[in-house]
Write a protein that binds this ligand. Sequence first.
Ligand code: AMP
Ligand code: GLY
Length: 427
Amino acid sequence: MAAPGTQSLTVLVVGSGGREHALALAISKDPAVGSVHVAPGNPGTARIAANHPLDIMDGDAVAALAIALHADLVVIGPEAPLVAGIADSVRAAGIACFGPSQAAAQLEGRKAFAKAVMADAGVPTARARVCTDAAAASAALDEFGAPYVVKADGLAAGKGVVVTANREAALDHARECEQVVIEEYLDGPELSLFVITDGESAVPLPAAQDFKRVGENDEGPNTGGMGSYAPLPWLPAGTVETVMAQVVRPTLARMRELGTPFAGLLYVGLSLTGVGPRVVEFNARFGDPETEVVLPLLDGPFAQVLLAAAIGQLAQAPRLALRPGACVGVVLASQGYPAAPHPGGTIMLAPEPAQVHVVHAGTALDAHGQLVSAGGRVLCVVAHGDDLEQARERAYAHIDEIDFATGFCRRDIAAPARLAAIAARLG
Ligand code: AMP
Ligand code: GLY
């Protein structure tokens, strides 16, 4: 039995990627947590938690596992189960769940819905048109001009957005999708702001930036993210407060008005344009690989805060303090990623020095128990340092110790020249 005044929480994290490994790590450090389970998890989460096989799109199965484990809290990582309403199934079984309802997850699942909420709430974002046929799409492309931004309305696993100077390519993407959002191009450095909310109260975490293109200098196709860092040394003072006031609070208020309060993690993707922060997108869950660098900067009872948000008591939750210093995460991906990642590449990890840890995103054990790649993004090497430069050096030094012949990484994640260029652009 736990001593009076202490708790021994059982937490189930749903998902199997780097985000879920990072969540399980942060949750396991909360002294109130007694046991951490991940379903289905991966070889990395197996080292710090108990893995369980699970079809994460089956609400009854997720609820049944949570009941069997006597879970006090379920945390759903990926967008697909959230958009499918799995959080509702868990709550219907009487178990606290960190993750929005199916209705609220539309903020990520339907771009046109998110745009309507932003318009109604007066949230600054790109001007946009929702188009269902080629003639309307063609007119919208001309209205906003190049570069063209065309977004499939529904979830598209990172493949729904085309940003291009080529009008024909933009129109082709619009034709391929039943309904698209065509919008104004936002020109400015991008950042990701994570906000923990119970629908009413909202707690922002340190802002992060991810590197979306596969190649150095942001060349090549978009990916899930090739690396990230936090905090952002170039972020103008007061930006987070501005975003909370202009974006987060009005959006949460509008969602309450609609009868679909958003509780969980509101991920605000922003562009810092010349006329202020503009929303690029909302996601309904922690972003990946930003989670890997944001969570290690938090100092405090992370699981208790998630639980408080899940049960509508975030205002009464203990505060999350910040650790000094910075974190850099560099993704090791399989050759061929994102188009056709090479599977089954052998990986030999190395002992982790202090301040460095390796998050598993797409790994598996083969028949001989050998760690192999099993996805596009395979590992994320995360390092903490007194500053970004030290964190970055530690991350790349450890990458050089890992033997993964069929893997590759970008060498310019959080590179000083890149940060200086952003700072210069912001004046
Ligand atoms: P999304 O799926 O909405 O996150 O879009 C993926 C990526 O496309 C974003 O992270 C941006 O880099 C880019 N993007 C989306 N919308 C815009 C926009 N209106 N202007 C410029 N870039 C955009
Ligand atoms: N890093 C971008 C995302 O999680 O959507």
